[in-house]
Design a protein. Structure first.
Length: 426
């Protein structure tokens, strides 16, 4: 069956100086590149000389979509208990995943086996040909770095200027990635809690350790009895968990975190629910704007098939909890997502050295919650021509986060082709 890929182009502002097209992807897996056009926030020096092209990868949003669950089922999936702590809850947890997996097979059909990152990267080369570029200019954020690195590995001779911001390490063991991501969220939480305490009147406590302990207790309380919200929906621990993680993605949203937690400690879950819904792209009428939540595991399980049994997961839990005291209790179950995945990728991973590619700029943020900084360091090393650019700061990804040194380096590279010196820190 045919797969349709939808893309949207914003023409260069100064056609006389046009360098070609810049393909962009915001990550996910499951993020829409077409939506990304609206909020990517590129400097005018870039939008003047490039047509900006956003595309929805195969399986995502307006392209032929992966479909796994109805809106009601998605509500239950997102709200599900992330910390099963007795036999009944473990059964329920398995049931949640088998409903999701079965739904993906039933509703997505043959597409489900063909949404791997390798296939997305091959689609990008077709888009490059369609827009008439001899070589690819690309900006990828978060999981979008994985697409870019995979493209470079498959087509090193077709790469022109490439920026990978907030890197995923494509060759890392998926179990280690889960541990490191949980630790990354805790590291970001520590930075937020420091801010909360410094602001005075932090609802969680007067020092970082007490505040973290109070948050851990709050999750347990919500697990035992979900919080009411004015919408009539309950805030479960699963939703609270997402609601707490979302504001860690940007320092600009830390004040929302404080408000949401204050409200939750007072017994209502409205703001945390609002934040969780924003992450899941759930709209007020109960529909979902995009299928990102459904696509995520479908892509990850093809890219990194994992077969961790329940007993292995329970045995490995301590590693998660020691590296991530706040989120480890839930993160230890993440590897289960792929343990009974019914399909495998059509094509193996390429060699990520990408020998022969021109300089590829890999950008890392030291306290990035979602893509820990070490992953950017590793990817810059794995790529033969990788150049590491570091932002000492908070939040997920670096471009457009208010650091002029980072933004200037990236703008200069995309416009002139001159990369920053390797291991530049801003």
């Amino acid at each position: 069956p045919a797969i349709t890929i939808k893309a949207k182009r914003e023409p260069a502002g100064d056609p006389g100086k046009r360098l070609g097209s810049l393909l962009i992807n915001p990550g996910g897996p499951g993020g829409s590149g077409i939506d990304y056009l609206d909020y990517a926030g590129f400097d005018s020096s870039i939008t003047d000389v490039y047509d900006i092209v956003g595309f929805d990868p195969r399986g995502v949003a307006r392209s032929t979509p992966v479909d796994c669950l109805s809106d009601e089922q998605l509500d239950a999936y997102v709200a599900a208990d992330p910390t099963p702590d007795d036999a009944g809850e473990v059964d329920q947890f398995q049931q949640t995943w088998s409903t999701y997996t079965g739904g993906c097979v039933q509703n997505s059909g043959p597409l489900l086996a063909h949404v791997s990152t390798v296939e997305v990267a091959r689609d990008m080369d077709i888009i490059r040909e369609v827009v008439g570029d001899k070589s690819l200019h690309y900006f990828g954020a978060s999981y979008g770095t994985y697409i870019g690195a995979t493209y470079a590995a498959l087509f090193p001779e077709n790469v022109d200027r490439m920026v990978l911001d907030g890197a995923v390490d494509p060759v890392a063991d998926p179990h280690d990635t889960a541990v490191n991501q949980a630790a990354g969220f805790d590291k970001a939480l520590t930075a937020y809690l420091g801010y909360c305490v410094d602001q005075g009147n932090c609802p969680l406590g007067d020092n970082v350790d007490d505040a973290r302990q109070r948050l851990i207790e709050l999750f347990k309380e919500i697990d035992a009895s979900p919080l009411p919200t004015s919408s009539g929906r309950e805030l479960t621990e699963g939703l609270a968990f997402l609601g707490v993680i979302v504001p860690l993605y940007s320092r600009d949203t830390w004040s929302y975190e404080t408000n949401a937690l204050e409200e939750a400690l007072n017994g209502t879950g409205d703001t945390l629910l609002l934040l969780a819904d924003a992450y899941a792209e759930r709209q007020a009428d109960g529909s979902y704007a995009n299928n990102g939540i459904e696509v995520q595991s479908a892509v990850n399980c093809l890219d990194h098939p994992e077969n961790e049994s329940l007993s292995e997961i329970e045995a490995g839990g301590q590693e998660f909890i020691s590296r991530s005291p706040t989120f480890g209790q839930a993160a230890m179950w993440w590897p289960y997502a792929c343990s009974n995945w019914p399909v495998t990728a059509a094509e193996p991973h390429p060699d990520y050295a990408a020998k022969g590619a021109p300089p590829i700029v890999v950008v890392g943020t030291t306290r990035d919650p979602a893509t820990p900084y070490e992953q950017s360091v590793k990817l810059a090393k794995e790529l033969d021509s990788g150049v590491l650019l570091s932002r000492d700061g908070d939040g997920h990804t670096a471009y457009g986060a208010g650091n002029a040194c980072i933004d200037d380096a990236i703008n200069t590279y995309l416009v002139t082709g001159k990369p920053p010196a390797d291991k530049t820190t801003c």
